[in-house]
Design a protein around this ligand. Sequence first.
Ligand SMILES: Cc1cc2nc3c(=O)[nH]c(=O)nc-3n(C[C@H](O)[C@H](O)[C@H](O)COP(=O)(O)O)c2cc1C
Ligand code: SF4
Ligand code: SF4
Length: 435
Amino acid sequence: MANLQTNFIGIQSPNPFWLASAPPTDKAYNVNRAFEAGWGGVVWKTLAEAGPPLVNVNGPRYGALLSPDRRLLGFNNIELITDRDLEVNLSEIIQVKRDWPDRALVVSLMVPCNEAAWKSILARVEDTGADGLELNFGCPHGMSERGMGSAVGQVPEYIEMVTQWCKHYSRLPVIVKLTPNITDIRIPARAARRGGADAVSLINTINSIMGVDPYSLTMLPSTGGLGSHGGYCGPAVKPIALNMVAEIARDPQTAGLPISGIGGVGNWRDALDYIALGAGTVQVCTAAMVYGFKIVQEMKSGLSDYMDEMGFTSIDDFRGRALPTVTNWSALNLNHVSKAVIDQDSCIACGRCHIACEDTSHQAITAIKDGKRHFEVKEDECVGCNLCTLVCPVPECITLRSLAPGEKDLRTGRIVSDKHEDWSTHANNPMRVSV
Ligand SMILES: Cc1cc2nc3c(=O)[nH]c(=O)nc-3n(C[C@H](O)[C@H](O)[C@H](O)COP(=O)(O)O)c2cc1C
Ligand code: SF4
Ligand code: SF4
């Protein structure tokens, strides 16, 4: 069985699956049960400075985007950071770390943006025996209105400054958790690196409103008739997070900076996507909240089976392996040609591909042949856009075939070239580079 052991910025964990800072890691009761289920690590629910505990709303703090069969696609929350007393949290962290020495225990922090506040809490956390710190510069609701969370994460100078304080006042490794509510994720990641961060983690949640009640015409979810934008997460955000992870991993200024990938991880395949794009660990919140802690068992066995099948003996064997395949549009080969192919044996003649292609693509799929329903690709019209393969309800019934060099593209009448030609050198580009 493949070895899932992970060393992330010096923090050891038996597998790369960590629970993200959120309700699943809110208290010792949860974290003990999560470790019993097999999680490799946790990032404790974000701690606040000492003082009167924060107060959450006593109404619907969660909202969801559900598929028609009620599977959760996206999740939204207006929960604050921990609303439990600092002393209680710290004593539970001490106990949990003592009881589970082989698991990663990282403590998430969010205190006001002044040096004294950070200095004071850093010393307290170091005394717990925790393995690392995660700086929550990401929460987009509630705390940001008080000048914390994403209010810090949206100002690179603040990120750099607070990270420097943490590196100065603590010996623990520092992970900076980034907000996706920003135009270019590379900017805050560079600031974190300048501040001395050992790693970044991303994404925190995306600003969102779930909808409106059609009869009361109030936003949803609402607390007694008023709502507030909340943080969006769950399966729907994974592609956004993956792009941000890849952007940081391939940016020359942050390349090599360790990354903990977060957003929509629900199974081993999701984790593989993050690791292949450069993440060293993944963190999970929504999936654990919806399906429970035991989902980690499938994650571990699935990833381990995959690694055995591929001949990988460690996570590092495939970490970042997909990165060289991520490029800019301008570097894509415009001489490449694909055509859709329909497998007539598995086609159930539902007609969805025809409707999609006929109404919104290239009118390249038949509906009737010899007076009967028949769905076949017209290669002289198909541009290989992939829409039909995505709408077909039968897996693998429609596939895309790459034309080999020397074959004729029936749509353009051109012979497919074996030469790579992208937009930077294309004849139609007035700004082309001569080669
Ligand atoms: C209810 C809820 C509370 C959260 N609280 C925190 C928090 O206290 N600190 C933090 O850094 N992130 C918090 N998050 C964000 C998660 O840690 C995570 O970044 C985000 O949910 C994306 O992961 P997911 O798609 O697996 O849920 C919270 C998320 C949810 C849903
Ligand atoms: S790939 Fe696009 S153009 Fe070709 S048949 Fe499918 S939907 Fe039509
Ligand atoms: S969508 Fe798929 S199953 Fe339906 S007609 Fe097209 S190829 Fe056949």
